[in-house]
Design a protein around this ligand. Structure first.
Ligand SMILES: Cc1cc2nc3c(=O)[nH]c(=O)nc-3n(C[C@H](O)[C@H](O)[C@H](O)COP(=O)(O)OP(=O)(O)OC[C@H]3O[C@@H](n4cnc5c(N)ncnc54)[C@H](O)[C@@H]3O)c2cc1C
Length: 441
């Protein structure tokens, strides 16, 4: 049997990676620190423990999470198989009985004779051999320190304070205008102007909205970095008008005057399909983000591609270090998988685990690594974590903005239908091209 692959972390990504590599005939050493050492959010010794919600997101055809699930099923993902087997009724979402689900993944991984399970904390990246690091957003501090040393201190983030990202197609441009303050540079910002009555209503809603609870381990760092928008608002009625909603240097072309306040949105990717609400990092619950931020002129129908959040999250600067195969540019024998790459979410982490597991196995076999097509949901995630884009690198859930836009312009639903059909065609071509290779099982 070919060389061993060491997988560190048996969460969503590591379990999938180990199972895929073993399935491709490679001996795997899977290193998991629980139960001897745990994280502040895990509470069982099981693999693929869901640390919060038991929902794995929408399973509806026509959505980006639905497309990702379809691809994972077609590629024989063990996590998807166990999720389908532990499904509980939840409308069009895929929700699972968390105990059954994690027990299922643990059983499947343990049943593979190719996988040796080692229950200990990894304190560093092994000096030799093929390694997959899949230690997640709560990577143990000792290993996080070693990863920082390995990649360069400034390339590891420990905290995620992110503003919501909106699908630009869902914004009503009749209520907003593109401009930069004082018309300097290009018209890089989409400005959503408010009059006094709109501002007062918005401010009231914001200061009284529900926020998600902080975990004890997160509270210390929260206020050191950037302030949540609702906290700023609580400082006084006008604080936002002198902060992220200041209208200076802006003239609303519909009135010819400076608005009373303005929310600005900035491009998150070069095509401009993703826009983030500048300065709106928040702890509002998801339903409150939908309710309150849709009061902003132009955002009444806003589709949230990623919600704002503030939580501990260990992730590397993917585009600086990763290839689309998920191996490190400078040290190709080391792969990264899961949330530590800068994807967000249970199944996005699983998807990168699948890619890293397959590629680590291909490397062990001495075969050429596989680059999943950018037009697929799996490939788009790998592309996101490995390609420099405009603005700061931010973790991302799967969404249509990551997939290439169709060549001809089309209305939103038609555009998505085309993206899905292109993704399906690209995945078929990819699998056809791999026929006779290790991926063909
Ligand atoms: C508080 C919190 C709430 C979240 N809520 C949600 C949610 O509701 N929905 C959602 O989709 N996502 C949520 N996430 C994100 C979620 O963690 C990821 O989606 C997913 O679990 C990441 O998968 P992963 O495999 O990268 O990491 P994990 O699933 O966390 O797995 C990492 C594994 O590595 C192990 N490990 C860590 N360090 C070491 C070490 N040094 N040696 C050996 N083993 C180690 C850990 O014990 C763990 O088993 C949440 C994250 C946090 C922190």
């Amino acid at each position: 049997m070919p060389n061993e692959v060491t997988v560190i972390g048996a969460g969503m990504a590591g379990s999938e990676a180990a199972w895929q590599a073993a399935h491709l005939g490679v001996r795997v050493k899977l290193v998991e620190m629980r139960p001897a050492v745990s994280t502040p959010a895990h509470s069982t010794p099981d693999f693929a423990e869901l640390v919060c919600s038991n929902s794995l997101g929408s399973d509806r055809e026509g959505t980006a999470p639905g497309l990702l699930k379809e691809e994972l099923r077609s590629l024989g993902s063990v996590v998807m198989q166990c999720a389908d087997g532990a499904r509980v009724p939840a409308g069009q979402a895929l929700a699972v009985d968390r105990t059954l689900f994690s027990a299922g993944v643990t059983r499947q991984v343990e049943s593979m004779s190719e996988i040796e399970i080692v229950r200990e904390q990894a304190l560093g990246i092994p000096d030799e051999g093929i390694v997959i690091v899949a230690t997640g957003p709560l990577t143990s501090p000792a290993l996080a320190g070693e990863i920082a040393r390995f990649l360069g201190e400034e390339h590891l983030h420990f905290f995620d304070a992110a503003a919501p990202i909106i699908d630009s197609d869902s914004i009503d441009l009749a209520s907003a205008f593109w401009a930069s303050r004082y018309d300097k540079g290009d018209a890089d910002y989409l400005n959503c102007p408010m009059n006094q009555a709109q501002y007062d209503g918005f401010w009231q809603a914001l200061v009284s909205a529900d926020v998600s609870e902080l975990h004890e381990f997160e509270s210390l760092r929260l206020f050191e970095g950037c302030m949540p928008v609702e906290e700023l608002a609580r400082r006084g009625r006008d604080t936002l008008r002198f902060g992220p909603m200041k209208p200076v240097g802006l003239v609303d072309p519909r009135t010819g005057k400076r608005p009373y306040a303005a929310v600005q949105l900035r491009k998150e990717n070069t095509s401009g399909s993703l826009l983030n609400i500048v300065g709106f990092q928040t702890r509002l619950t998801r339903s409150e983000q939908r309710r309150v931020f849709r009061m902003i002129p132009g955002l009444a129908q806003a589709e949230f591609l990623r919600y704002g959040m503030m939580h501990r999250n260990t992730y590397i600067n993917g585009p600086a270090h990763l290839c689309p195969t998920l191996s490190l540019k400078r040290t190709p024998r080391v792969f990264m998988a899961g949330q530590i790459t800068g994807v967000e979410g249970y199944l996005e982490s699983t998807a990168t685990g699948l890619v890293a597991g397959v590629n680590a196995a291909l490397m062990a076999h001495g075969a050429e690594l596989a680059v999943f097509p950018r037009a697929t949901a799996m490939g788009a995630l790998c592309w996101h974590v490995s390609t420099p884009a405009a603005g700061d690198y931010q973790p991302m859930n799967v969404n249509f903005g990551l997939l290439p836009a169709p060549a001809v312009s089309a209305r939103r639903n038609e555009k998505r239908a085309r993206q899905i059909s292109e993704a399906r065609a690209a995945m078929s071509r990819f699998m056809e091209g791999r026929r006779g290779h290790e991926l063909d099982r």
